[in-house]
Design a protein. Structure first.
Length: 175
């Protein structure tokens, strides 16, 4: 029986990557792991990632089993097809351009006062930096460490840019 053909998306590869790192995982395991890792750079709606493992299993990229005890959750594991797809995707030099999806920037575009919005955002970036640095101390996987280091550098740059903007606003007497 051939698996149903399905299109693989960034979210598909996020799920395949997590299962590759974690091993057999339930949707709940994936939810917990996504919140501590991938969601920092690739937002995945909860409804999507709960449905995605079953979709990937239908496509032959994951196998599905049932836990024998407890809540008898479904466990998903990578199949050889899933491993091959993940390897091919990570080896491909093609990547989509980055996207800025920031509600604060949207509010500023719509006429919001940037100074209080960006002041609030500095606290969020500081908290995120502390969180990512904490994760960095706990992981040894080189790929995960590299993504954390990139995330730390990203938030440091944004924090620096916001602080430079706020300093410029203070110097001109705006807000």
């Amino acid at each position: 029986m051939n698996p149903a053909p399905i299109r693989l998306s960034g979210t598909s590869f996020a799920v395949l990557s997590l299962i590759d790192v974690l091993g057999p995982s339930s949707p709940y395991d994936l939810k917990q792991a996504i919140e501590r890792s991938i969601e920092n750079f690739w937002p995945v709606p909860h409804t999507t990632f709960y449905a995605e493992p079953a979709r990937l299993a239908q496509g032959g990229y994951l196998s599905e089993s049932q836990q024998s005890g407890g809540r008898r959750r479904k466990l998903y594991s990578l199949t050889e097809r899933g491993r091959e797809a993940l390897r091919a995707w990570t080896a491909s030099p093609e990547i989509a351009p980055p996207q800025l999806r920031d509600e604060g920037v949207l509010k500023i575009f719509a006429g919001g006062d940037p100074v209080p919005l960006m002041r609030q955002r500095t606290g969020w970036h500081r908290d995120k930096l502390e969180e990512l640095r904490g994760y960095l101390e706990l992981v040894s996987d080189e790929g995960v460490r590299a993504s954390l280091l990139f995330g730390i550098a990203y938030h440091e740059l944004l924090l620096e840019a916001i602080e430079r903007f706020l300093a410029g606003q203070a110097a001109t007497g705006s807000s």
